[in-house]
Design a protein around this ligand. Structure first.
Ligand SMILES: Cc1ncc(COP(=O)(O)O)c(C=O)c1O
Length: 391
């Protein structure tokens, strides 16, 4: 295939996305933030900024110069990992340059063909891709459906391979929480292990923002907990937390760890500073809970469907891509930074706007948002409620 042909094929695909209202463009956010994962407002916190300046000022090098296994290891990263393991309540932790790399590296290395992975239907793409790469048999259970999961575990009880249950703890597009107690009981009953992705829980839920595993005191019972640093910690990367053997195994086998340049050492200091601030942010967590409850109440009173949201992530289900785009557009013009969420990020026919709240929001802004939703929806009947998306 010559370059012109492949470029034409790409252009045709883009035309198809446009026709389906699925074409994406990059935008610079403007307005009241309802779109970011900066849940504790740390991205603009002067204390964190100061910590970064000091870390850079004291750094002997601003580049890591290589993979951790070659020239890129640094005492700063080892300190950050032991500090993070203590926070997570696990024996050890290993840092990856992104949450995506952490999930892919973890799952693709610890799970093998012959094993069976039980994966929640709403799991993040990074978990899905890691499972795909592992070559294991995949069982997708309907979102948070414990009885389906139990039947599947029973059905595969005689299988000799390892059984691994993989779930987010707070689901990024639904804002609901995994049924942790039920998952633990099923894992015990059927001899399965659990892998948790706490990307949207860290800093926000659990004691001192330590997440849902800590809330259920199961940090040492589960096989691995992935805590990302790009959301409430206003940094980047992720720690895979678990036992010492898991860490040693990942250092030796996780390709996304081995074959990538380490992040610069000063960045470890940023993460540690952010973690210190997040631990102490009980007031911000309480405020965030209050804002989310107020928003859900106001939206419900107006007849909006917030799905199963019970956290700081509050979606409003709109159905078709066109409806979601329309509402997002009106909200943007009313001064809110928001984007429509469409397939493939969410299942077909379940496009939505998703309010991802931060502790910087005020009750007045929540009130204005609810009013803006009224205005956005007044013009809705003119757009279809369900879009037909061709494969
Ligand atoms: C649940 C979940 N896991 C993992 C990731 C990936 O993390 P990162 O953005 O650090 O690559 C995300 C990010 O969007 C996420 O929502």
């Amino acid at each position: 295939m010559n370059p012109r042909k492949i470029t034409e094929r790409m252009a045709q695909h883009l035309d198809m996305l446009r026709a389906q209202s699925q074409f994406r463009t990059l935008g610079t956010p403007a307005g009241i933030d309802l779109n970011s994962n900066d849940y504790l407002g740390l991205a603009t916190d002067p204390r964190l900024k100061q910590a970064v300046l000091e870390a850079v000022a004291h750094a002997t090098t601003v580049g890591s110069t290589g993979s951790r296994l070659l020239s890129g290891n640094a005492r700063e990263w080892e300190d950050a990992e032991s500090g993070f393991a203590e926070f997570a309540g696990t024996e050890a932790a290993l840092y990856f340059g992104s949450g995506y790399a952490a999930n892919v590296g973890l799952l693709a290395s610890i799970v093998r063909p012959g094993d069976i992975v039980f994966s929640d239907a709403r799991n993040h793409a990074s978990l899905i891709d890691g499972i795909r790469l592992s070559g294991a048999t995949k069982v997708i259970y309907p979102h948070c459906d414990l009885s389906y999961l139990e039947n599947a575990l029973r059905e595969h009880a005689g299988n000799a391979g390892s059984k691994v249950i993989v779930t987010e703890t707070v689901f990024s597009m639904e804002g609901d929480v995994a049924p942790m107690q039920g998952l633990l009981e099923l894992a015990r009953k059927y001899g399965a292990v659990i892998v948790l992705d706490e990307a949207h829980a860290i800093g926000v839920l659990g004691p001192h923002g330590r997440g849902i595993a800590a809330e259920h005191a199961c940090e040492r019972e589960v096989l691995a907990i992935v805590h990302t640093c790009g959301k409430a910690l206003a940094s980047a990367g992720a720690f895979v937390c678990g036992g010492k053997t898991l860490k040693e195994y990942l250092v030796n086998r996780a390709r996304t760890f081995i074959f990538g340049t380490a992040m610069p050492p000063y960045f470890a200091r940023q993460i540690q500073a952010a973690l210190g601030l997040a631990r102490e942010a009980d007031a911000e967590r309480a405020h965030l809970r209050q804002m989310a409850a107020a928003l859900r109440e106001k939206l419900a009173a107006r007849g909006f469907d917030c799905g199963t949201s019970e956290t700081h992530i509050v979606p409003v289900m709109l159905g078709s891509n066109e409806r979601a785009l329309h509402v997002a557009d009106v909200l943007q013009r009313s001064g809110f930074a928001i984007r429509a969420i469409r397939p493939p990020t969410v299942p077909e026919g379940s496009a939505r706007v998703r309010f991802s709240l931060t502790s910087r929001l005020s009750l007045d802004e929540i009130r204005r948002l609810a009013q803006a939703m009224d205005a956005a929806c007044e013009s809705l009947p003119s757009v279809p409620s369900a879009s037909v998306v061709h494969a």
